[in-house]
Design a protein around this ligand. Structure first.
Ligand code: MLC
Ligand code: AMP
Length: 581
């Protein structure tokens, strides 16, 4: 039965993918995974380095447990069969109007955090199309924008989001397809699939905010995703015995790459919660006899701060505290923080509570993960370690010479070595990145793509970094117009643009004010129309239908006018100093 299920699943795969499994899986299986045992995935050895969709490795993992969610469990085989069914539904919905080449087709999908998300993502890849995840907490306006901007040929959703997804599909004039539960039985098999080399094949578009215009679609190829996943598998020693607890949104890199595609690329398991809930996370981390028992956890700093608050409130007795520490020490092998700077007090308190020093790493939607503290070895608070395998970084500072300004790389490093220009250790500059994990382009934005790279091909992160005492440190964004709140990147300019459409607001400047829980908070300095009154509560209500929840200001400061310079620009760094010294 297993053999026929795998054979069916394999038939659903594109030619390149079939070749990669089981052989291709070996490229991802690290040390512990090669240990022979009845349940290991060591049979998937023979590293070929073949590039193919991450999902294609699944055929080799057959009846191993892939996902455990609130509806039940799904094996790799079941996921592939479900993906095959969804792929055929897409094919039917598109009918004769298949558009020729699925590689140029975007498939937008709106699914909760459970096995059906994976089925939708893999169905897209089985077809050779481009996966574009939507987020169910986004207002309709935002869903419409993303689905329209990526040029989705079809919108997928699960039953519970069918109304919103069908509405979006209608607005952009494409079919809507429902993703069914993964547990139902049925034939496997997929839709049309492109063959050939998958390296340059477009795989995914994730939307990210920047300092210009509306959010941009970051297009990554299968080669990019392969690189983003494989460097983490190696550096963090992922194995098929691992079980990760997944609590992050699945429309961003952290949730998609680090917490979902990594485990699924090695045959490990992923326990998915529908959303972050401190009590449930603690229950999973502490349940001694639960099956599957979690041994890996990753989150943004705000989540760790929330977990600490919960612990302080609920786990007060000394014996309970000993139990918490004992369980975490004994059962968890890795706890990672990233997406925003980890405050040292959070790192220290978490270590006190669980006995784990969080492994902090640095990454970006356009790049996957770039820098990481070591799995084994000293994790220095306030640093993000060194480059991951396959990633090259440099720190560039603007050097003023006699003839004018030029750029100078003062530090250049990869996972094996770091070269510092003598006299420049400890000097700060912009972090730039190069390597196979770097995204292909901003979707349909050639100008922005060009501007994001240097003339010699390095991606300009817009983050200021410094290299000191053997490790990289992030010092913040070069632009005050980018805010990071709870791990979400928010464009201050986009928030301003939204608020300016309020009839009572005549001028506004949005800044990221420091906050111990959120990292930064969205603070709006607002000038009102003469005679108008407006409270923060009213703004929040007005914004609910229009703006993404985490971009809505949580603080408002009323001003008579905004201080502007001769060029008419507001100096946000000055405003920050003035209001949040
Ligand atoms: C929620 N709120 C936020 C917010 N999230 N406000 C500011 N910033 C945020 N990030 C608001 C809500 O609208 C609500 O407002 C109030 O805060 C409480 O909401 P909540 O429902 O209790 O919050 P919750 O849903 O629990 O969300 C908290 C969170 C979430 C930390 C779990 O923000 C989250 O999932 N963050 C992770 C984002 C992420 O995955 N980033 C990775 C990007 S990739 P009100 O007014 O209604 O009370 C990347 C690359 C890399 O960065 O390196 O990884
Ligand atoms: P995003 O564009 O949403 O992918 O967010 C990427 C940005 O998050 C980076 O450019 C950094 O500014 C920030 N970031 C990610 N990890 C860290 C970290 N460990 N420390 C500081 N900033 C981080």
């Amino acid at each position: 039965m297993l053999t026929s299920a795998l054979a069916r699943a394999s038939r659903a795969l594109p030619p390149g993918a079939v070749a990669a499994s089981p052989a291709g899986a070996g490229a991802f299986v690290h040390r512990r995974a090669f240990r022979p045992s009845a349940t290991t995935c060591s049979s998937t050895s023979s590293a070929s380095g073949c590039l193919s969709p991450v999902s294609s490795r699944a055929a080799a993992f057959g009846e191993r447990l892939a996902i455990s969610d609130r509806h039940g469990t799904a094996t790799y085989g079941a996921l592939l069969r479900a993906a095959g069914r969804v792929a055929r539904r897409i094919q039917r919905a598109l009918g004769g109007d298949d558009g020729g080449n699925p590689a140029s087709q975007a498939v937008a999908f709106l699914c909760p955090n459970d096995a059906r998300y994976v089925a939708a993502q893999w169905a897209t890849w089985l077809r050779g199309s481009v996966a574009v995840p939507l987020y169910h907490r986004h207002p309709r306006r935002e869903l419409h924008y993303v689905a329209g901007d990526c040029g989705a040929r079809v919108v997928l959703s699960t039953e519970e989001f069918a109304e919103a997804a069908a509405g979006v599909a209608r607005e952009i004039g494409v079919p809507h397809v429902t993703v069914m539960p993964t547990t139902t039985t049925g034939r496997g098999g997929g839709g049309a699939a492109a063959g050939g080399d998958w390296r340059d094949h477009p795989a995914m578009i994730v939307y990210t905010s920047g300092t210009t215009g509306r959010p941009k679609g970051v297009l990554s190829t299968h080669g990019n995703l392969h690189a983003q996943v494989s460097c983490l598998l190696e550096a963090w020693e992922w194995s098929c015995d691992d079980i990760i607890l997944h609590t992050l949104p699945l429309h961003h890199t952290h949730g998609i790459i680090n917490k979902l595609l990594c485990p699924l690329a090695v045959g490990a398991s992923c326990v998915m919660l529908p959303e972050f809930d401190a009590r449930q996370v603690w229950e999973h981390l502490l349940s001694g006899d639960a099956s599957p028992r979690v041994n890996v956890f990753m989150a943004v700093p705000t989540v760790y701060a929330r977990l600490i608050d919960y612990y302080d409130e609920h786990y007060t007795r000394p014996r309970v505290r000993d139990f918490v520490r004992g369980m975490c020490k004994e059962h968890i092998r890795l706890m990672v923080s990233g997406s925003a700077a980890l405050p040292t007090p959070v790192l220290e308190r978490w270590e006190e509570i669980t006995g784990h020093r969080l492994l902090e790493r640095y990454g970006m939607t356009e790049l996957g993960m770039v820098l990481s503290n070591p799995l084994r070895g000293d994790r220095i608070p306030g640093t993000v370690g060194s480059p991951l395998p396959g990633v090259e970084v440099r720190i560039v500072m603007e050097a003023v010479s006699g003839g004018g300004e030029s750029c100078k790389a003062i530090v250049q490093a990869d996972s094996k070595s770091t070269r510092v220009t003598p006299g420049f250790e400890g000097k700060e500059g912009e972090l730039q990145v190069s390597g196979p994990s770097v995204f292909k382009e901003y979707w349909r934005r050639p100008l922005e793509t060009k501007e994001a790279f240097t003339s010699d091909g390095w991606f300009k992160t817009g983050d200021t970094a410094v290299y000191r005492d053997g490790a990289f440190r992030l010092l913040g964004r070069t632009s005050a117009d980018i805010i990071k709140s709870g791990g979400y990147k928010i464009s201050a300019l986009e928030v301003e643009w939204n608020l300016l459409s309020h009839p009572d607001i005549t001028d506004v400047a949005v800044i990221g004010s420091p906050d111990s829980l959120w990292g930064q908070r969205v603070t709006a300095l607002v000038v009102l129309r003469r005679g108008a009154t407006l409270t923060l509560k009213q703004i929040k209500e007005w914004a609910r239908e229009r703006m993404v929840a985490y971009t809505i200001p949580s603080e408002m400061i009323l001003m008579d006018e905004l201080p502007r310079n001769a060029m008419g620009k507001v100096n946000k760094k000055d405003l920050l100093k003035k209001f949040f010294p």
